[in-house]
Design a binder for this molecule. Structure first.
Ligand code: HEM
Length: 443
C-alpha cells in the first residue's frame, strides 16, 4: 500500500491482489462510499451520476441497476448481443478497413438496445455528442483543484468562480441527455416501448424507484456511456493481442473450430457455447489484465475508521486499486497468456481480475461486458485474420482514438467464412443494416 496526500484528500493505493481483496471486498461494507467531488460529480453531473455518489445517495440507483446482473436480464439481452455481433461480423466482411468503427457501433448499439429497447438510429452528431459527454466527464475527474479541496464548495456561491467555467459543461451534458431521454420516456409512458432496462426495471411500477424523472434520466444515460467506450476499447485490445501473439490466436481458433466446426460445416459461435469455449473466456480476462482499460479505479472511501494489520485508516480515506502492479503480480506478466486464467473460473470475468472494481461498487455491467467480449472474440478468432499493416508501438494502445488506433490489415479467413457470415446476417435480418454502415463510412 502507498499513501498519497492530494490536496485535502488522503488516498491509499492498493498495490497487490491481497490488499485489494482485504480492503475492497472483505471490508466492502465500510469502503463503499465516495469522497465529495463538487466539480465532476456536483456541477458536471448535477449530482446524479451514481458512479460518484456517496453511499446514501447511491443505494437507490444501484438497487434499480442491480437487475442487470440477474440471469433473466442476461438471457434476454443475450439475444441482442448475438444479433448485434452478427451485424458486426457482416460489417467486417463488407468494410474490413473500418474494423475499429465496427467495434464502436457494436458497443454503442448493444448497450443502447439494452437500456432503451430499440436499435440505435442516431445521427453522427448525436453520437459524437454522447461520446463527448463521456470524454468531458471523465476528463473532469481529478482535473479541478476544487475536487481536491472539496471544502471550498462551502464558500458562498458568488465566490465560487470556478462555477462559471464548469457549469456550461454540466448544462450542455444535461441537454444532450434530455434529447436522448425524452423520446424514450414518452414511449414508455404511452405503453409503446419494447422490452428494455428502462421499461422493465427503472420505470416499472413494481420496482418502486423513488428517484424523479431527472434521476431516472441519469441512471439510464450513465448506463449507455459507461457501457459503450469500455466495450469498444476492450475489443481494440483484443486486436492488438491478435497482432502481438499469433500463437495464442491460433490456439483460440482451434478451440472454436473444435466446437463450432470448420469450413462448410462451421456455424458462428453462440453465447450458449461459453462453457465449451473456456480458452476464449480466459482470453477476455487476459486482455483486460494485459492492457488495463482503467489504470486506477475510482476511490472507494471509508465510511468509518478501519483497522487493518496494525494500520488505522480514518474515515474519509480513499482506497484506489492500482491496476498495473495488481495485474502484473503473476508469472510472465508481460506476456499475453490466457492459460493463467484456466482455473475453473474462466466464465466469471470478475474472479481474480479487478478491472471492474470490486466490493459493493463493482461494475454493474460486468456480466454483460463478459458476454459481449466472449461472443465477439469467439467469432473474430474464428472468421478473421489480423496482421500488422505498419509501425505501431505495442505498449501504446491509443484507447481514446476514434480513428484507427494502430495499423491493421484485416482479411476474412476464406470465402466459406464470408458466406457463413452473410447467411447468418441474412437470417438475423441485419445484412441490409450492415450494408448501410458500409455505405456511410468514407474510408
Ligand atoms: C470492459 C468493460 C468494462 C469495464 C472494464 C468496466 C469497469 C468499471 C469500473 C472500474 C467501474 C467502477 C467500479 C468501482 O468503483 O469499484 C464501473 C462502474 C460502472 N459500470 Fe462498468 N465497466 C465495463 C463495462 C460496462 C458495461 C457494458 C456497462 C453497462 C451495460 C457498465 C456500466 C457501469 C455502471 C452503470 C457503473 C456505475 C455503477 C454504480 O454506480 O454502482 N460497465 N465499471
Amino acid at each position: 500500500m502507498t499513501t498519497v496526500h492530494l490536496g485535502a484528500k488522503t488516498w491509499v493505493f492498493l498495490n497487490s491482489k491481497r490488499v485489494v481483496a482485504e480492503i475492497i471486498a472483505k471490508r466492502g461494507s465500510a469502503t463503499n462510499t465516495r469522497s465529495p467531488m463538487p466539480v465532476s460529480s456536483g456541477i458536471v453531473s448535477h449530482d446524479r451520476r451514481s458512479l460518484l455518489m456517496p453511499q446514501d445517495k447511491w443505494a437507490e440507483p444501484r438497487r434499480v441497476m442491480h437487475s442487470l446482473l440477474s440471469g433473466t436480464a442476461l438471457q434476454q439481452y443475450g439475444e441482442w448481443q448475438e444479433t448485434e455481433s452478427t451485424q458486426m461480423m457482416a460489417e467486417y466482411v463488407l468494410k474490413p478497413r473500418a474494423w475499429y468503427r465496427h467495434h464502436y457501433r457494436y458497443a454503442n448499439s448493444v448497450v443502447h438496445r439494452i437500456a432503451f429497447g430499440e436499435r440505435l438510429i442516431k445521427s453522427t452528431k448525436e453520437l459524437e455528442d454522447m461520446q463527448n459527454c463521456v470524454t468531458f466527464f471523465v476528463g473532469s475527474i481529478g482535473t479541478s483543484v476544487i475536487d481536491w479541496f472539496p471544502d471550498l464548495d462551502r464558500l458562498p456561491k458568488f465566490l465560487q468562480v470556478w462555477r462559471y467555467y464548469w457549469k456550461p459543461l454540466g448544462d450542455w451534458n444535461y441537454d444532450v441527455y434530455r434529447s436522448w431521454w425524452d423520446p424514450i420516456r414518452k414511449k414508455v409512458d404511452a405503453g409503446k416501448a419494447g422490452p428494455s432496462f428502462v421499461r422493465d426495471s427503472l420505470l416499472h411500477p413494481e420496482t418502486k424507484y423513488t428517484g424523479n424523472d431527472e434521476n431516472a434520466m441519469y441512471v439510464a444515460l450513465q448506463l449507455i456511456e459507461a457501457g459503450s467506450d469500455t466495450t469498444r476499447e476492450a475489443l481494440n485490445i483484443f486486436v492488438m493481442a491478435a497482432l502481438e501473439h499469433p500463437d495464442v490466436f491460433l490456439k483460440a481458433r482451434a478451440e472454436v473450430d473444435r466446437v463450432c466446426g470448420v469450413g462448410k460445416d462451421a456455424r458462428l459461435p453462440r453465447l450458449s457455447d461459453m462453457e465449451q469455449l473456456n480458452y476464449i473466456c480466459a482470453m477476455a480476462k487476459e486482455l483486460l489484465r494485459w492492457r488495463p482499460i482503467f489504470v486506477l479505479t475510482p476511490d472507494h472511501t471509508a465510511s468509518k475508521d478501519i483497522e487493518f494489520e496494525g494500520y488505522v485508516f480514518p474515515e474519509g480515506t480513499g482506497f484506489v486499486i492500482n491496476e498495473v502492479p495488481v495485474g502484473a503480480e503473476c508469472e510472465r506478466p508481460d506476456d499475453f497468456w490466457p492459460e493463467r486464467w484456466m482455473d475453473g473460473h474462466e466464465t466469471d470475468i470478475a474472479h481474480g481480475l479487478w478491472q471492474f472494481g470490486g466490493g459493493r461498487r463493482i461494475c454493474v455491467g460486468y456480466r454483460l461486458a463478459q458476454r459481449s467480449l466472449f461472443i465477439n472474440i469467439a467469432r473474430l478468432v474464428q472468421c478473421v485474420d489480423f496482421r500488422p499493416a505498419g509501425f505501431y508501438n505495442p505498449k501504446v494502445l491509443n484507447l481514446e482514438a476514434t480513428d484507427e488506433p494502430f495499423p491493421v490489415q484485416v482479411t476474412i479467413r476464406s470465402k466459406e467464412y464470408e458466406e457463413l457470415i452473410f447467411q447468418e446476417a441474412t437470417a438475423a435480418e441485419v445484412l441490409e443494416d450492415a450494408k448501410l454502415v458500409r455505405d456511410n463510412i468514407k474510408l
